[in-house]
Ligand binder design. Sequence first.
Ligand code: URA
Length: 198
Amino acid sequence: MGDMEDLCVTECTRCPALVDSRSRIVNGTGPEDADLLFVGEGPGATEDEQGEPFVGRSGSVLDDGLRAVGLARADVRITNCVRCRPPENRDPSADELENCRGYLEREIDLVDPEVIVTLGKVPSEHVIGRSVAVTKEAGDLEEVRIDGTPRRVLLCVHPAATLYDRSQRETFENAITRAADLAAVDGSGGGQTRLDGF
Ligand code: URA
């Protein structure tokens, strides 16, 4: 088990465009031994400002989704495929995703979650390594090897998708429900608990 320092990138200049556009590096947040690890695409304006993933509008949707299944934001770990804000919120390039891959793999290795939940198309494709029709595949569980270790990955739509398309809200909520159930049923005792019925 590593410590917090291993989970935090404090200095990196691998992506010239992102070094220009970021005001800081946005590291993952939440318990180092969380059962659930949520992976987004990359920081937006609010995240870049505050230095924490999913603290803008998408973050509110994620927080609401977690609360609906009896989880608090503080119970789960939340991170991104890239840790620096892309200019004009464009998608991270293949090179940028690759440059940041090692940090994500290290976080997955140290946190060792029961389930990784990928929020949107970019993180889903990046983590499982194939193209994904995320609206159709949301809620599906995939087994993949990440850095040699088998991992369970639950595909999910991006929280922001629910803001533009209400029909995706149910898709999002169903996926979060499944993630919480998987982590609760298969958890080995540690991490969060759901207080169903309370
Ligand atoms: N969207 C993401 O993918 N990540 C964030 O941190 C915020 C919004």
